[in-house]
Design a protein around this ligand. Structure first.
Ligand code: GLC
Length: 551
């Protein structure tokens, strides 16, 4: 038995998007004290760790992923005392707090960037600045250093007239990419980790961390948006190993968010012999409904592609000694039940099918706030209701590309990051108990029925089902550390099915990703471990998920 596998394999992590979880002071935004007041709810659910999205000082242009000070607390969210109380109270309930480290870029309001703008050479060297052509002006800056696109739309370089230089921003123009080739930058960031370690923090998530190592030669990308040059970049493993060593976090529970990554790279990031991270998020399975790989072009999910992606990432990561973070949902994704299921006709089934698949795979499952209640995407009817910078940009870009306003809205409505960011629904009172003020982002209209209080009172609720899945992972070694093998020959069918085995114990998980009945796989001699239909059947019913076990 591998102790690390058993340790990571027995944990369930819960993600809190702080701005939308629980407001304690009536300003319409969630905060640290709000989270503390909900720790009993989390303990009841049974999770081991809460990842809280960034609550550091920030102008909030990207809701906290634009950090202006890594070692303090954003006043909107509370104080250092509030954080320490939260961490203490969480630990008293057996829950660790995972901090979100945004180390690819800082806010342009960070003092490092401000000093760079003032021309200080030490701090100019903290970022990716490139000289503009002599004689460039604000009105006519010339061509940017490369044609790379920002992830939020538009060119990834911004011209600074006072310096006659460009700086790189892979995300918003107010998120300047750090230059990790500079050892002083790496030392500063390791210091940030040491600061939080000093506060007793034991778990860390690293935001888009596979983008930190940029290529030595900056060249145009004529095949794509530039990502092939800087994703899993040339010194990535070296820089991660150094960060882990200097930051004193080797062996702690850590996760890297890996953007457009490869399986081989993720084996490298998470195989313990490399002393990098415990596990990786990858997003390939969440692109199977992107038409031609374009997030802003809709298509139905391709289940054959989804099955093959799960198969390769499950089986091959295991073979290479890597470890997956398992998830469908986070603050950047539309709610998965609306996306991969049918919440009009089969809301309960869709909301329980998806976690049955991931929670029984090999890896560490993540639950994103409200997913355990079956919260759905928004019912917004106007672009004015959206807050996310990417959604607002793309509403315009889609129209520039020829969409009518209605078509652009239809796409944004299905793909917006705000689809997953609406406030947590606690009860059926006004604003679902999230705030006594005006919520920063409107709630989804179904909260009078889809809310925590109602579901905690109902033994057949989506939340009750999640609770069972969490308890099963803790009880069953085959889920924690069993081998994984996908059922072959299912191409063209809506079923995704896999085996987990440990010694004599075998678990068969079968999931019907469709609203039609299909014949179930033979599971003779097994007993039902968990499923989202009560009556036995030879058929898999709409969005049915079923796990059966032989002991
Ligand atoms: C990650 C975060 C996302 C943020 C981006 C830039 O993808 O999850 O919310 O916008 O990084 O920091």
């Amino acid at each position: 038995m591998n102790p690390r596998t058993q340790e990571l394999g027995s944990k369930v992590i819960y993600q809190i998007y702080i701005k939308s979880y629980q407001d304690s002071d009536g300003d319409g935004m969630g905060d640290l004290r709000g989270i503390t007041s909900r720790l009993d709810y989390l303990a009841d659910l049974g999770v081991d760790c809460v990842w809280i999205t960034p609550f550091f000082p920030s102008p909030q242009n990207d809701n906290g992923y634009d950090v202006s000070d890594y070692c303090a607390i954003e006043p909107l969210y509370g104080t250092m005392d509030d954080f320490e109380e939260l961490a203490r109270e969480a630990r008293a309930r057996g829950i660790e707090v995972m901090l979100d480290m945004v180390f690819n870029h800082t806010s342009t309001e960070h003092e490092w960037f401000k000093k760079a703008l003032s021309g200080d050479p030490k701090y100019l060297a903290y970022y990716k600045f490139v000289d503009a052509a002599p004689g460039a002006t604000a009105d006519d800056p010339g061509k940017p250093p490369t044609n790379w696109e920002s992830k939020f739309g538009g060119n990834a370089w911004e011209y600074v007239p006072s310096l006659n230089k460009w700086y790189l921003h892979l995300f918003d123009v107010t998120q300047a990419d750090l230059d990790w080739d500079n050892p002083e930058v790496r030392e500063e960031l390791a210091n940030v980790l040491r600061f939080w370690r000093g506060k007793g923090v034991n778990c860390f998530r690293f935001d888009v961390v596979n983008l930190i190592s940029k290529p030595n030669v900056l060249e145009d990308d004529f095949e794509g948006d530039g990502r092939r040059f800087y994703s899993d970049g040339p010194h990535i493993h070296e820089y991660l190993q150094e960060l882990v060593r200097l930051g004193g976090i080797d062996g702690l529970m850590t996760v890297g968010e890996m953007s457009s990554t490869s399986l081989q790279s993720c084996i490298g990031y998470s195989n313990p012999s490399n002393h990098e991270l415990s596990m990786c998020f990858n997003f390939h399975h969440l692109k199977v409904d992107y038409d031609h790989g374009d997030k802003w072009a809709l298509k139905d999910p391709d289940i054959d592609e989804l099955r093959e992606l799960f198969r390769s990432w499950q089986e091959e990561m295991a073979a290479g000694g890597g470890w997956n973070a398992l998830f469908w949902s986070n603050h950047d994704q539309p709610r998965p039940n609306s996306r991969f299921g049918d919440t009009e006709r089969f809301w309960y089934e869709s909301s329980t099918l998806l976690p049955t698949a991931t929670h029984l795979m090999r890896g560490t499952p993540y639950i994103y706030q409200g997913e355990e209640l079956g919260q759905t995407i928004t019912d917004f009817t106007s672009i004015d209701q959206y807050r996310d910078v990417e959604s607002i940009n793309y509403y315009r870009i889609l129209q520039d590309r020829g969409c009518t306003p209605e078509e652009a809205f239809h796409i944004v409505h299905a793909r917006s990051r705000d689809d997953g960011r609406t406030p947590m629904a606690w009860n059926d009172s006004p604003n679902a108990g999230f705030t006594t003020g005006t919520p920063w982002l409107a709630l989804v209209g179904n909260y009078p029925t889809v809310n925590a209080q109602a579901e905690m009172a109902d033994p057949h609720s989506v939340r009750a089902y999640f609770k069972r899945l969490i308890a099963l992972r803790k009880a069953e070694p085959v889920i924690q550390e069993g081998d994984v093998r996908f059922v072959e020959g299912l191409e063209g069918s809506p079923i995704i099915a896999f085996w987990r085995t440990l010694g004599k114990t075998r678990l068969l998980v079968q999931c019907n990703f469709s609203g039609e009945e299909v014949g179930a796989l033979d599971a003779e001699g097994s007993e039902l471990l968990i499923g989202n239909y009560d009556e036995p059947s030879d058929m898999l019913r709409p969005y049915e998920a079923r796990a059966t076990i032989w002991r």
